[in-house]
Design a protein around this ligand. Sequence first.
Ligand code: HEM
Length: 483
Amino acid sequence: KKAIRRNGEPLRNPPNTLPLVGNGIQFLQPRWNLLSWFDRCQRQFGYETLALTVPTLPPGVLIHDPQNLDYVFKHEGLFTKGNFVKTRSWDLFGNGIINADGDFWKLQRKAGLSFLNTANLRVLTDVALPQYLSESVKELQSTKPNQVVDLQDIFHEITTKLMGKMAYNMEMHFSSPFSSSFDHASGCTAQRFQNPLYPLTELFFGRKFRKSVSIVKKFGLEIVSRAMEDQKAFQDEDGSKTTSFSSSSSASDKLDQISGSLIQSLLSAIPDSPSTVADAALTYLSAGRDTTGQALTWTFYLLLSHPEVLSKIRSEVDSVLSQQQQPLSSEDLPPRPGCCPSHLPSSPQSQCPTPSQSFTKPYDSTPQSPLKSAKPKQNSVLVWCLWAMQRSKLTWGKDADEFNPGRFLDSETGRLAHKSAAEFPVFYGGARTCLGRRMAEGIAVQVIPAVAYLFDFERGWGKGERRSGSSLTLPMGGGCLFL
Ligand code: HEM
């Protein structure tokens, strides 16, 4: 294929590019190896834009420079999700927001914005999360000494209940058959981005994938039909459901009043296609539940490997509690009003995200996309790897490989330092920036101090690093086991 050029010169190839198969072998490797290879590329070539070639796929452009990413975020119209992304994730997400462009994307984004408004987020942080967090805390407290606990499951259970109740007015649990089918389907969908021969592979080995997708789709339609019943019951009553609370509304009233607000907004925005509403609902469920549960999991993994940071969090909790003169111990649970770990004011250390969320981001681009250092052709695929970018010494300094949450704090004020979306693209950027960032952060600043303060953990998996499992998000393969 004709090379992609910059100033008349072809873009260089990354290490290990072979004459015929290009980078095909790297893409066929397990995800962890592919992430490490992207990391090697940025370590060797810095911010240089590189050409990726994988047989049968459109030409790829690999960027690491935040200025290039900034250009992409600011010129969303030039970079569409395109067929490369859509064909691969269609079976699972159909027309869901992650796959949608144009008016269809706008409709779903608007529905999401109205769900994630400030009043609803307050109900999340003041009512729903304290309730679900304290249920999980009790579950953890009821474990026997030395019993192995998978924190990833615990965190997923909290986020599943939250999304289930608030977005869909349904009681959902992480242990339901839907969850395991979704995980399997998500893993196979992620594989499609790496394996150019996936149609052939799935022809022979895709039975479980097809079955998982059908369970997931059935569950999506169940969410919609439950929501339609709710809508009907509500119209039959007096149609007066409102999200403005009177001062006398009890906590559970407040939660009930907003429950199901996302699915109801989606139903109103797309009234005549239940299957599309189901796609949208499933996409939101994955966006809200898996990402946050997994970010918490990796955070605890890092905290347990860095006890000095863990003890800073505990001291912050101590100092906040001593100011409030409300000692916190496990006896304080079940929570009393005003004395619940999940009511703790946010702690700066807990607010520091970890630069380790990642996945590759392929986009089709149009001919007019003059990235700072290269001009990708139409239908080329633009790739950036957060895993690699968040380890760049050019962006994060010499200690980029260290776990140092303090780097996210302003050294003078002690408050969160500003990082641009292009430098810290964990929540994406520009017009398509993550809608749930405030929700995720609201969850993190309650869950991290509460769990860190109330429990002592020891690794439950012997030696070695934990690695990412195959998925569209970043689960910890094998779970995050603690004693
Ligand atoms: C730590 C937690 C989270 C991380 C790291 C994260 C990250 C991201 C990223 C990278 C994207 C861009 C995906 C793409 O375009 O392919 C995204 C989009 C999105 N996220 Fe999040 N997210 C998190 C939590 C949440 C939560 C709690 C919600 C709430 C429902 C949410 C809702 C969304 C939605 C709706 C989009 C699509 C936005 C659009 O295309 O306009 N996210 N998120």
